[in-house]
Design a protein around this ligand. Structure first.
Ligand SMILES: [Zn+2]
Length: 208
C-alpha cells in the first residue's frame, strides 16, 4: 500500500490516493478532476472506491464527474446526507463505525462527529485520514451548521487512544511545509487541542 497526496483547490484540500495491487482508493477527490485523472492514468491505477470524510462542499467539489467517469458511488456517512450536494444516485450511505474490505485493504471507518454530524476518520493499517476532524496543530471548525464542540472533543479523545505511531493525513494542508502529514505522537506533543482533549477536556470546551 502506498499513499499519494494531491493538494488541490484554493483551500489546500487534500485528495488522497491509496494504491494497492494496481487499484486505487480515493479519499475526498475534489476541485481538479483532470489532475486526478492524469495521476491515475500515469500510474495505471484503476479506481476501486471513493470515500468522503464528510460532506462539506470543498471535499467533494466536482467529484460528480469522477464518480460518473469510473462508474463508482461515493461512500458517505449517513448523518452527513443533508449537507451533500452530490446527486443521490452517486452516493452510497452507510452508518459508522464500519469496516470495508476493498482493493485488498481493510478500511476501518471511525465515527468522529463534531466538525459535522457525519464526519469520519478512515484508518487503513497504521495510517489515519482525519478529514477536518484533526489538522496539524489544529482542529476543524465547530461554528458551522451541524457542528458540535462537545462531540468534537469526544472524537478527539478517541484519536488520542490510537497507537502513537499512527501516521495522520489531514483534510487540508494547514500546517506549513508538508502540513498535511503528522503522527498521533507528534500531535499529542504539539497540538494544544489534542493535548487538552486527552488531559483536560473541560477546559477545551471553553476554547471551541
Ligand atoms: Zn469541512
Amino acid at each position: 500500500m502506498k499513499v499519494d497526496t494531491l493538494l488541490l483547490g484554493p483551500m489546500l484540500n487534500c485528495t488522497y490516493i491509496i494504491e494497492n495491487r494496481g487499484l486505487a482508493v480515493l479519499i475526498d477527490p475534489s476541485w481538479d478532476m483532470p489532475a486526478i485523472y492524469k495521476f491515475l492514468e500515469d500510474k495505471n491505477l484503476k479506481p476501486a472506491a471513493v470515500f468522503f470524510t464528510h460532506a462539506h462542499q470543498d471535499h467533494l467539489t466536482d467529484a460528480e464527474a469522477l464518480l460518473i467517469k469510473y462508474n463508482l458511488k461515493g461512500y458517505l456517512e449517513e448523518r452527513d446526507e443533508p449537507l451533500c450536494s452530490l446527486p443521490k444516485v452517486l452516493v452510497e450511505l452507510y452508518k459508522a463505525p464500519k469496516i470495508f474490505e476493498i482493493a485488498g485493504l481493510k478500511i476501518e471507518i471511525i465515527s468522529t462527529p463534531g466538525h459535522t454530524k457525519g464526519s469520519v476518520c478512515i484508518r487503513i493499517g497504521n495510517v489515519l485520514f482525519t478529514g477536518d476532524t484533526l489538522f496539524v496543530n489544529s482542529v476543524g471548525r465547530t461554528d458551522l451548521p451541524g457542528a458540535n464542540p462537545g462531540s468534537l472533543i469526544k472524537s478527539l479523545k478517541i484519536l488520542t487512544s490510537l497507537p502513537r505511531e499512527t501516521i495522520v493525513y489531514t483534510g487540508h494542508s494547514y500546517g506549513g511545509k508538508d502540513g498535511f502529514k503528522t503522527t498521533i505522537d507528534g500531535q499529542l506533543s504539539s497540538n494544544p487541542y489534542l493535548k487538552l482533549a486527552k488531559n483536560n477536556p473541560k477546559l477545551l470546551e471553553d476554547m471551541l
